[in-house]
Ligand binder design. Structure first.
Ligand code: PLP
Ligand code: COI
Length: 339
């Protein structure tokens, strides 16, 4: 097959690749799962995933190494997070081995779509678990589908590794204090859509949410976590039960401490203390690291380094993370999974 893809200008867009994986859960057991060319799901109109949001998903990437090989970044962590999401929404767990096998099959079957080393692009994988079947009362489904599909992607935020402005929203919460914010479920994104559209209309990269109880602390960005680096070199990310436990964020906390020699803390980030940060960024699988140039909060604006150049520690931690992900820098134990 001839593939004509401009690997350097992909953005973050769906592409109907030749193969995806699908497995069914019925009568209390998962079937073996298989690859299929069909990108359509046929499910009952009454499926709980459609009406009551009984679903969860994941996001991870396959990276092309310089030697031509392919590797995943911490896929076990995505598998375990999907299990926690499943527990929260009373769905059956996908065993870790099944998750990794499914992802591996999809990468191998679509190998021609894993972008070349050096393009900066990757193959994004989207595992999805949904409750299906004929249930119209509010109750967990008895049948489930687990699928994994993939697409080559570049930057999620339009300019990639280039400082971008964000805006604090005080009109919307993405999650409730004791809600599902810590799980990767569609409902959290449904409640972020209005704020996100408004933020983008006002030329921001995205909205930043505050803690839903007091609206005094940074929680996270609509599609990524948040970090700040203080003038005296402390790397801080928010700690809250209503934000997504981001695999990138925990990786950066580790790298900040063990590779950059910074103090690394997961703690409260009060909006009225944002001035203590020399650098700030959004981080996640899709977002990678997007430097934050400015955060607007009503009439107030907070600035973080240059609006045109990536700040030095952000660049350093970005190089370390991507070096590991693409196989150029030695990874901490079990961080990469060779396919
Ligand atoms: N927060 C939200 C709301 C996200 O959608 C994502 C993306 O997955 C993240 C944070 C980052 O999580 P991870 O680093 O595991 O991709
Ligand atoms: C990811 O980074 O994998 C995400 O899930 C973010 C997304 C909502 C595009």
């Amino acid at each position: 097959m001839t593939i004509e893809i401009d690997w350097n200008n992909l953005g973050f867009n769906y592409m109907n690749l030749p193969f995806r994986y699908i497995s069914h859960f019925k009568d209390g057991v998962w079937d073996n799962g298989e690859l299929t060319r069909n990108n359509q799901l046929i499910i009952s109109e009454a499926s709980p995933a459609l009406h009551y949001g009984q679903q969860g998903f994941e996001g991870l990437k396959a990276y092309r190494r310089k030697d031509g090989g392919i590797q995943l970044f911490r896929p076990n962590e995505n598998a375990k997070r999907l299990q926690r999401t499943a527990m929260k929404l009373r769905m059956p767990q996908v065993p870790v081995d099944k998750f990794i096998d499914a992802v591996t099959q999809v990468v191998m079957a679509n190998e021609n779509f894993v972008p070349p080393y050096g393009s900066g692009a990757t193959l994004y994988l989207r595992p999805l678990l949904i409750g299906v079947g004929d249930i119209i009362g509010v109750a967990p489904a008895r049948e489930y589908l687990f699928t994994v599909f993939a697409m080559p992607v570049g930057s999620y935020f339009k300019d990639g590794l280039y400082p971008a402005p964000f805006v604090i929203t005080r009109d919307y919460d993405r999650a409730a204090p004791l809600g599902t914010g810590g799980a990767k479920v569609g409902g959290n994104y449904a409640s972020s859509l209005e704020a996100e559209v408004k933020a983008k209309e006002a030329s921001y990269a995205d909205a930043i949410y505050l803690d839903p109880s007091t609206h005094t602390k940074i929680e996270e960005v609509g599609a990524a976590n948040f970090f700040g680096i203080t003038y005296d070199g402390e790397f801080i990310t928010p700690k809250s039960p209503s934000i997504l436990p981001s695999i990138t964020k925990y990786s950066l906390l580790y790298l900040a401490e063990h590779r950059l020699g910074l103090k690394a803390t997961e703690g409260d980030i009060f909006v009225n203390e944002l001035d203590k940060f020399a650098e700030a960024g959004a981080c996640g699988t899709a977002a990678i690291i997007t430097p934050i140039s400015r955060i607007d909060d009503g009439e107030k604006a907070y600035y973080f380094g240059s609006e045109k150049v990536v700040s030095p520690l952000t660049q350093k931690i970005y190089d370390e993370l991507l070096g590991i992900q693409f196989g150029d820098v030695e990874a901490p134990e079990n961080w990469v999974y060779r396919i």
